[in-house]
Ligand binder design. Structure first.
Ligand code: ADP
Length: 736
């Protein structure tokens, strides 16, 4: 019965105090204030009247003042119904100061019937409402008033009205009040800590369920495309004629799906670790957006969804991070398609955004207080006519792993991280995000981007261009890299996965002689021994990773010239930068486009050829010049020349001695020199001797035979033939 009345009363009180849409926490603070003030008004008021009749008119008056103040405070609060914390602060200070004034008036602590406790009740009340710093202040003030009362005691005159008997009764009453206050505070804290523990347990349980859902979903997300890929390849191997065309298309699509998923997860972990940075370029964002949405047109087509790209601008130059915009667009577009029924429309709109906060209108923004300060704002909107999102779920869709109720029920695919990635990306780009949705009618996601024009005007990174494959195709067809009859370059693949190696062998077959190392250590050894023309290394490998292998090889003068391509499952910019920082000549992320790989390998071979031309002249030029070597290769050539400078007169000095002097095996020297200068070691020695001879012919008057012997030729006739062959002129003609 009592509980029922209490419940009813509570309900009425809540109705009286609350505003629509107010949080439960705020309501609880209001209720606490009400309970702290309201009961005291009639009790103290009544006590005041009684004490008056008992012959204590001053005490009665003080009580009347007290309950009068409390009444005014409560009525004002009930009218305003906001700022409960402020009202309670006023109330607590009133308690402390009232008690101080009362004690002084009554003639000090000893004669005030325990009125000092009233101040303590005020200070105790603060524990319900205030922040720790504020609580400390109010307690300090209370303690100071007590100390002041004690210090002033000798100067105070006791009120005659307070007889020892009245003093005792008042003391007991005040003591009871303070005891009640202490009890209330303690029980509040105990119940609160139990409630928090229960809430935390519930939250952890919820998180656990959400995580389990996530893992179930993500396994599914990975499994499905994998099943298709494996299944289709099986079918193709059994009956390629029948399944090849369709199968390849499916395998490709599913591969892309897996790639998108991995990128999403990697992006999220980097975004959450705050280790992602913006890489702005300045370019026309409209054409970029057209390209970025293009793949989704085909995806929408498959569901018979019409895709409309509407832009208020033909061209809009601004700074943007191509990778992040691609990720934003693909997350929003794939959601729009996923949550739309067949035969509907999706609109991608680009327009000028306004500064007024989109979150203030209907819908929801995860950054309601954010103001974009740039003069212009670009607004990208993805609007669908799909299933929509219930209003109360809007704030949660940007949470990690969250999927709306209806989605859960319909067992839609998804991981619940796409929108979190979108939110984090928008945050990183200092933009804003807004969603409006009507269940059953559709959703509209808007991204607001600040418009700046500070970045360097750059072409969009080629691998981000969507027409890249066609570009490569053209490249391959127009370019005849390999000259017929030339011996094949030697490629070393350092990769632990057999399938990948087989795959690469298929891709490069016919253009390279391939060797394979199983891990980083073996790769290093083989590279040092064989001095291949090119190395293709995975990054994640047993023993030594690709970065380390690359760095070691590039720092060693024996192998520093070898072009290295790193292959990795990490598609992020940072890994690419690390790769390039280790000296890698190219970086491809898995799964790589075989055509891109070939183009890169061929162009690296081309670059090598250009270098050979350069070092050939370098070799001649620096016989007399004292040019500073700028890289390990030049240093290597310089060393060779130094050795030759000491030994060229010795006609028995040969390639074996040269190799020994420089600390290489004969094969290593041969391959390194060949790769750098295009010449063999014996050719190099001969070339050096002839260059010296040429110098002497021009600068001295020694006769030709003397010069020939002087530069290590045993036979002047052979010297003349070799000289003529190398420089296209006989020594005697040159002398003339
Ligand atoms: P998911 O991988 O589940 O799509 P997201 O983080 O991208 O994860 O989205 C979170 C949830 O938001 C989705 O599960 C879905 O319930 C809801 N949602 C997102 N976009 C749309 C949309 N365009 N229409 C309807 N619901 C959407």
């Amino acid at each position: 019965m009592f509980l029922l009345i209490q419940k009813k009363f509570d309900y009425r009180l809540e109705k009286q105090l609350s505003f629509p849409g107010e949080t439960l926490d705020k309501l609880a603070v209001k209720k606490r204030f009400w309970w702290a003030v309201a009961p005291a008004i009639p009790i103290v008021g009544l006590a005041g009247i009684i004490t008056c009749f008992l012959g204590l008119p001053t005490v009665g008056l003080l009580m009347a003042i007290f309950s009068g103040f409390e009444l005014i405070l409560l009525v004002t609060f009930m009218i305003i119904r906001r700022k409960a914390a402020l009202f309670s602060l006023i109330n607590q200070y009133f308690f402390v100061l009232f008690s101080f004034a009362g004690v002084l008036y009554f003639g000090g602590i000893i004669h005030s019937g325990g009125l000092v406790f009233v101040g303590l009740v005020g200070a105790l009340q603060s524990l319900f409402f205030l922040k720790p710093a504020q609580i400390r202040i109010i307690f300090t003030i209370y303690f100071l008033t007590v100390v002041a009362e004690a210090l002033l005691q000798p100067r105070l005159i006791p009120l005659p009205e307070i007889t020892p008997k009245a003093n005792l009764i008042l003391f007991v009453l005040h003591f009871l009040v303070v005891a009640l206050a202490i009890y209330t505070v303690l029980s509040f804290y105990i119940t609160e800590s139990i409630r928090i523990k229960e809430k935390e347990a519930k939250r952890l349980q919820e998180l656990d369920t959400i995580k389990t859902n996530f893992f179930t979903n993500i396994t599914h997300e990975f499994r499905t495309p994998l099943t298709v890929i494996l299944g289709m390849s099986d079918l193709i191997s059994k009956n390629s004629g029948r399944y090849l065309h369709q199968g390849l298309k499916l395998i490709h699509q599913n591969g892309i799906r897996l790639l998108h998923l991995i990128n999403q997860i990697l992006d999220l972990s980097k975004l959450e670790a705050k280790s992602m940075q913006n890489h702005f370029i300045q370019n026309d964002i409209i054409s970029f957006l057209r390209q970025a949405t293009e793949p989704f047109k085909h995806l929408a087509d498959g569901k018979n969804i019409r895709f409309h790209f509407l832009s208020d601008f033909n061209i809009f130059r601004m700074d943007f991070d191509a990778e992040k915009i691609t990720s934003l667009v693909s997350n929003l577009m794939s959601n729009a398609i996923k949550y739309s029924d067949t035969d509907s429309d999706i609109y991608f709109t680009v327009s000028e955004g306004s500064k007024t906060n989109p979150g203030n209108n209907s819908g929801f923004s995860p950054f309601p207080d954010r103001i974009i300060h740039t003069e212009r704002i670009l607004k990208l909107t993805v609007k669908d006519r799909g299933c929509g999102i219930p209003e109360q779920e809007l704030p949660r869709i940007f949470d990690r792993y969250y999927q709306t109720e209806n989605v859960n029920r319909n067992h839609q695919n998804g991981t619940g991280i796409g929108l979190l990635v979108v939110k984090e990306l928008v945050d990183l780009l200092k933009g804003n995000l807004h969603v409006k949705s009507v269940p059953g009618k559709g959703s509209e996601f808007s991204v607001l981007l600040p418009v700046t024009n500070n970045a360097i005007e750059t072409e969009i990174h080629e691998s981000l261009k969507f027409g890249f494959k066609e570009l490569l195709q053209e490249d391959i067809e127009n370019h005849n890299f390999m000259e017929p009859g030339i011996e094949l370059p030697h490629l070393l693949i350092i990769e632990d996965n057999d399938d990948v190696v087989t795959y690469i062998r298929c891709v490069v077959g016919g253009e390279f002689l391939v060797d394979r190392a199983m891990d980083g250590d073996q790769g290093l050894n083989m590279a040092m021994k064989m001095i291949p023309d090119m190395i293709l290394a995975d990054i994640m490998m047993p023993k030594k990773d690709g970065f380390e292998v690359c760095k070691t090889l590039k720092e060693d003068f024996r192998t520093s010239h070898i072009p290295i391509i790193l292959l990795s499952a990490k598609a992020d910019k940072e890994s690419q930068i690390t790769g390039i920082g280790c000296g890698a000549d190219a970086y491809l992320s898995k799964p790589f486009d075989p055509k891109e790989l070939m183009v890169r390998m061929r162009s690296l071979i081309e670059t090598r050829k250009k270098l050979i031309a350069k070092y050939r002249t370098y070799a001649i030029a620096t016989i007399t010049d004292e040019m500073e070597p700028v890289n390990p290769d030049e240093l290597f050539l310089r060393k060779l020349k130094e050795i030759m400078g000491v030994n060229y007169e010795d006609d028995s000095f040969d390639t074996n001695q040269l190799a020994r002097n420089i600390g290489l095996s004969r094969v290593q020297l041969f391959r390194k020199l060949k790769a750098l200068t295009g010449a063999s070691a014996s050719h190099f020695i001969r070339f050096y001797r002839l260059s010296r001879a040429k110098e002497k012919i021009i600068r001295t008057s020694e006769n030709i035979s003397e010069i020939a012997f002087g530069v290590g030729f045993k036979d002047p006739a052979y010297f003349t033939r070799a000289f003529n062959k190398e420089f296209g002129i006989t020594p005697s003609s040159l002398r003339e």
